[in-house]
Ligand binder design. Structure first.
Ligand code: SF4
Ligand code: SF4
Length: 353
């Protein structure tokens, strides 16, 4: 009840135990599926059991917050000039928003009990395999697309957790309801699932556009299509999201510049305008330089004439308001994009003006 008042859509409790699913991480790391995400290996020991980060933990309160908005799914967008940005990144930074709300619930929980209670809050920040605990807390199940799916709300859910030293009564774990469906596996544009429920991050567009700090491997750039930040395809096609409810929470509504933006429009914006658009949102993590890098690749893939025109004037002298395009990382991706457009006769010259 209190969780609902604070804006959460789901709340459940799991025991703080070493569930079998938590052990799968080690093998996943050994297969190299984490790519550049070295922090995953560094924290693997602690990720194996929440009691490694808080030895007194007896329970894990898991909270789910719906962030779906009234906008078409990326798979419904039939416009090569539209920049595809992951749904979760359109609004405010969920770490901040949910950090405050989860902490408010934590305070309430502590006040309900006499005596000392140890607690700790996590919002996708600490070494907690939150989807495993979410399933154990009855919020849903981890689907073949590796997302937590609730049978009623779907998978557009932010998760946050409170580790707690109290032995709270646990909920019944969720059970797998994917059945024989393979829609997400079949739809993935880069074949990033070596097997159901196992993601090779190094092939995933979310990893390539967000986690990759330097150059995106050239052989993987075409596969990025017009995805500028993240990818939602394996959630878009999930039948449990067909009728996912809409959240009216202002925190998750798209910011003006991120509301179905066009590639050329984003590209034409100054660095300062891009920085302002992503400030205090999840995309801040990528910074303007990487957003610009991703935009260059998407423009190259777009094939839309206005996208080609946008790249035609991509030089540091023509864009003093956008110094990021002169950064070696960005410039190299611009060159790649220009060659790609020229090879499709969409650009007159590969030389910059
Ligand atoms: S996010 Fe996109 S690229 Fe990554 S696994 Fe899902 S469909 Fe594939
Ligand atoms: S698309 Fe099908 S297989 Fe994939 S997560 Fe959804 S229900 Fe499961």
């Amino acid at each position: 009840m209190r969780a609902r008042e604070l804006g959460f859509d789901l709340c459940g409790i799991a025991p703080a135990a070493a569930f079998r699913e938590l052990g799968v991480l080690r093998e996943w790391l050994d297969r190299g599926y984490a790519g550049e995400m070295g922090y995953m290996a560094r924290t693997a020991e602690r990720r194996a059991d929440v009691r490694a980060v808080m030895p007194s933990a007896r329970s894990v309160v898991v909270l789910g917050t719906l962030y779906n908005t009234d906008q078409p799914y990326s798979t419904e967008v039939d416009d090569p000039g539209e920049a595809l940005i992951s749904r979760y990144a359109w609004g405010d930074d969920y770490h901040d928003v949910l950090g405050e709300r989860t902490d408010a619930l934590r305070g309430w929980l502590v006040n309900q009990h006499a005596g000392s209670v140890e607690t700790r809050v996590y919002v996708d920040t600490g070494p907690v395999q939150e989807r495993v605990y979410a399933q154990q807390a009855g919020l849903g199940w981890v689907g073949k697309n590796t997302c937590l799916i609730n049978p009623v709300l779907g998978s557009w859910l932010f998760l946050s957790e409170i580790l707690c030293s109290l032995p709270l009564e646990s909920d019944t774990p969720g059970f797998d309801q994917c059945g024989t469906c393979t829609l997400c596996l079949d739809a993935c544009p880069t074949d990033a699932f070596p097997e159901p429920g196992v993601l090779d991050s190094t092939r995933c567009l979310s990893y390539l556009t967000i986690e990759t700090k330097g150059a995106i491997p050239p052989e993987q750039r075409v596969g990025i299509g017009t995805h500028v930040y993240g990818c939602d395809v394996c959630q878009d096609v999930c039948p449990y999201n067909d009728a996912a409810p809409i959240s009216t929470d202002p925190a998750w509504q798209p910011r003006m510049l991120l509301d179905r933006p066009r590639l050329g429009e984003l590209w034409s914006r100054s660095d300062a305008a891009l920085r302002a658009a992503i400030r205090n949102g999840p995309m801040t993590r990528a910074r303007v330089k990487r957003v610009r890098r991703n935009l260059a690749v998407a423009l190259g893939n777009s094939g839309e004439i206005s996208a080609a025109e946008a790249l035609e004037t991509a030089s540091e002298t023509s864009r003093p308001d956008a110094p990021s395009i002169a950064e070696p990382l960005v410039a190299e991706h611009i060159d790649w994009a220009r060659h790609r457009l020229a090879s499709r006769n969409l650009l007159r010259s590969t030389k910059r003006r």
